[in-house]
Design a protein around this ligand. Sequence first.
Ligand SMILES: Cc1cc2nc3c(=O)[nH]c(=O)nc-3n(C[C@H](O)[C@H](O)[C@H](O)COP(=O)(O)O)c2cc1C
Ligand code: SF4
Ligand code: SF4
Length: 409
Amino acid sequence: MFKLRDLSINFLGLTLENPFILSASPSTDELEMVVRALEAGWAGVILKTTSVEENPVLLKYPMMSSFGNYYRRVVGLGNIDLISKYHIDEIEKRVRILKEKFPEKMIAASIMGSKKEDWQNLAFRLRKANVDLIECSFSCPQGSMGEAPGKMLAQSISATEKVTGWIKEAAENTPVLIKITPQVTDIVEVAKAVKKGGADGITASNTIPSLLGIDIYTFEPYPSVFGVSSYSGLSGNAIKPITLRTIAEIKRNVDIVISGNGGAYSSRDAIEIMLVGASNVQFCTLPMVYGFRVIEELKSGFSHYLDEMNLKLPLEIVGKSLEKIKSNEELPFVEVKANIDKDKCIGCDLCFISCNDGGHMAIEIKENRIPEVNVEKCVGCALCMQVCPVDAISMKEKMDEKEVIFIRR
Ligand SMILES: Cc1cc2nc3c(=O)[nH]c(=O)nc-3n(C[C@H](O)[C@H](O)[C@H](O)COP(=O)(O)O)c2cc1C
Ligand code: SF4
Ligand code: SF4
C-alpha cells in the first residue's frame, strides 16, 4: 500500500510539515476557515493582508471574473479585491489564537502600510504577537499605499530597498518575505533590492495586473460593478508560466530564499515551481475553487514523485532545473522532423490546417484522411504537435546518431 512520505521541510528556520501553504487570500480572511484549512493538512497559512486601524478598506462587489476552457471552468481568475477589512488589532488576536491551537503550523501574516510608521507598527505588533513570519505586500495590483503612489511598491527599486529595511528593523529576528510583482522591467534588480534591504526571502509572485474582458455590446469591462470596472489581479493556472520564469530568473541571479506563488493547480505544478528554485509553494485560486481538500492530492502527488525519483528529502529538488535553462544562443542546433503515428491518428485534419496556414505547408492529406509529413518541407517547429487532439504527433531528432523523440507537454 502507498505510504505517504515525511514531507517536512525547513523554511527560514521554521519546520513545515509539508511545503504547501495557503497564501494571503479570502481563504485566510476568516478565522474559522483558517482553522479548517490547518486541520485539513495545510502546513501553514499567510493571513490576508492587514493594515493599521486608521486605514479604511472599502471593498467593491462583485469582485471576481474568470475565464476557462472545456476542461476547467476557472483557468484564470481576476479579482478587484483589496486587502482585508480586518485591521492589525484583530490579526494580532488571531495570530495568538492560532499559535496556541496549532503550535506545529506556520502562522504568518501579511501586511501593507503607507508610511514608515505604519510598516514598522505592523511588523512590531506581529512580532510581539509571536507570528512565525511576516509577508509584506509590495505588489497589490490595486496599487500600493504611500511610497510609490499609483504603482506597486515593488515596481520602484529604491522604495523596495528602503521599505524592506524599515520592516526588517521592526521585525528583528522574525523572518520577513517581500511579495513582489513580475510586472517590472528587471526582476533581478528588484530581488537584489529586497536582499539589500535585509529581507529573509521573496514571495514570487502575486496576481498579475490585467483586464479580464469586455462585454462587446455594453462595453463594460469585467468584473462589471454596475456598469464599470477596474483592472484586476489575474491568478490561477493561467499565470503559472510567468511564475516559473520569474522564480528562475531570480534564483539564477540572486542568492535568496523564494516562496513560490502564482498558478499552481496540482502537485505537478508545485514540483515545477520548486524545480526552478522555490523552497515552498503557496496556493490561493486552487483551494478557492476546489476547497481545502486539494491538500490531499498535493501531498500524495509529491510523495509519489519523491519515490519515483528515488529522492530522500523534499528540498532536494529545489532549483534542479536551473542549469537546463539557457539563452537562445546556447541552445543546440539540430534537425527535427514531425512524426505521425498513423495508428493513433483519427483523421481530424487539424495538423494539416495549422501547418498549412501557420507552419511550413509540410503536411499532406493522403488516402483515408491520414496526414503525411513531407520531410523536405518540415522545419520541425512543433505546431502540429500542439494541435493534435490525440497526441499522434511527436518530434524526432537525430543527435549524436541517437534518435530522440519529443512529445507534447
Ligand atoms: C480574491 C483574491 C484576493 C487576494 N488578496 C490578497 C491579499 O490580500 N494579499 C496578498 O498578498 N495577496 C492576495 N491575493 C493574491 C494571492 O495571495 C496569490 O498571490 C495569487 O492569487 C496567485 O496565486 P494563485 O495563482 O495560486 O491564486 C489575492 C488573490 C485573490 C484571488
Ligand atoms: S513541425 Fe511544423 S513544419 Fe513540420 S509538419 Fe509540423 S507544423 Fe508543419
Ligand atoms: S491532428 Fe492528429 S489526429 Fe488530427 S489528422 Fe493530424 S495527426 Fe491525425
